[in-house]
Design a protein around this ligand. Structure first.
Ligand SMILES: NC(=O)c1ccc[n+]([C@@H]2O[C@H](COP(=O)([O-])OP(=O)(O)OC[C@H]3O[C@@H](n4cnc5c(N)ncnc54)[C@H](O)[C@@H]3O)[C@@H](O)[C@H]2O)c1
Length: 255
């Protein structure tokens, strides 16, 4: 049976983490050749190992998405290994500094914006340039439900994720006529290492039950539930979808 992403060369950033690993495994099951990229070597290599164990094709490229030279190398190594770049899931990100607005230092603000917003820009910029060489492609960015709503003590992250939605729309407008589709997934709360780490912060933990209850389905999500949405957006099944921000949030942002 043909997979939805058969033979496609697809970059996944943050592929050592919760959502990125689930996406890498699911894209590989759908037939993609996955470029597993992460700043953390051990977790990225583990993702490649798991893809190989299930009979899929993948390679690891260590990447810091906040560093332009590193992103350029990621795209170059992809094209060099697989001949072209068909798709990208720009998913790597870091958590908010979890401080009240007026307590966030300029350095803390800059770090979150560098990774969560500038990182997405740099990846899109160089992926699009490569896709233009070979006739097009499809990009999915991981924004967040916090790209459309706000919660306490996350101003840096909220601003960055609102920005990712803006970047998604801007690129969709610029490249719609050149066969490059650009969409975003907006996860609700997903139980991943990022959230487990955030729960160590007493203030975040004190709000957690309330956040959980805001999901209409009454639970937090699984990484695979975001990965399946990204797979669909990357595939030809979504051929008429671009510039879209898809909530995958158990209904959180509906109310
Ligand atoms: N988990 C959630 O509830 C949730 C909700 C909404 C949005 N998101 C977003 O989903 C994405 C994935 O989050 P996750 O929950 O899987 O987190 P995670 O911490 O499990 O994974 C994130 C991965 O990104 C990598 N990374 C961090 N900085 C990087 C950098 N500069 N360059 C390259 N890789 C880097 C980490 O090493 C890690 O493997 C993030 O963009 C996050 O903001 C998560």
């Amino acid at each position: 049976m043909q997979g939805t992403l058969d033979g496609r060369a697809i970059i996944v950033t943050g592929a050592g983490g919760g959502i990125g690993r689930a996406a890498s495994l699911i894209f590989a099951q759908a037939g993609a050749r996955v470029v597993v990229s992460d700043i953390d070597v051990g977790s990225g290599e583990e993702t490649v190992k798991q893809i190989s164990a299930q009979g899929g094709t993948a390679m690891f490229v260590k990447t810091d998405i906040a560093n332009e030279a590193s992103v350029v190398a990621l795209v170059e190594q992809t094209v060099s290994a697989y001949g072209k770049l068909d798709g990208a899931f720009n998913n790597a990100g870091i958590a908010p500094s979890h401080k009240s607005f007026h307590d966030i230092s300029a350095a803390e603000w800059q770090r979150v914006v560098d990774v969560d917003l500038t990182g997405a820009f740099l990846c899109m910029k160089h992926e699009i340039a490569a896709m233009l060489q070979t006739g097009g492609g499809s990009i999915v960015n991981t924004a967040s439900a916090l790209g459309v709503v706000a919660v306490p003590s996350a101003a840096d992250y909220i601003a960055a994720k609102h920005g990712v939605i803006g970047l998604t729309k801007a690129a969709a407008v610029d490249y719609g006529c050149r066969n490059i589709r650009v969409n975003a997934v907006l996860p609700g709360l997903i139980m991943t290492p990022l959230v487990k780490e955030a729960l160590r912060d007493p203030e975040y933990a004190s709000h957690f039950e309330k956040y959980k209850a805001q999901h209409l389905v009454g639970r937090v999500g699984l990484p695979e539930e975001i990965a399946k949405a990204a797979e669909w957006l990357l595939s030809d099944a979504a051929s008429f979808v671009t510039g879209h921000s898809m909530g995958v949030d158990g209904g959180w942002t509906t109310v």
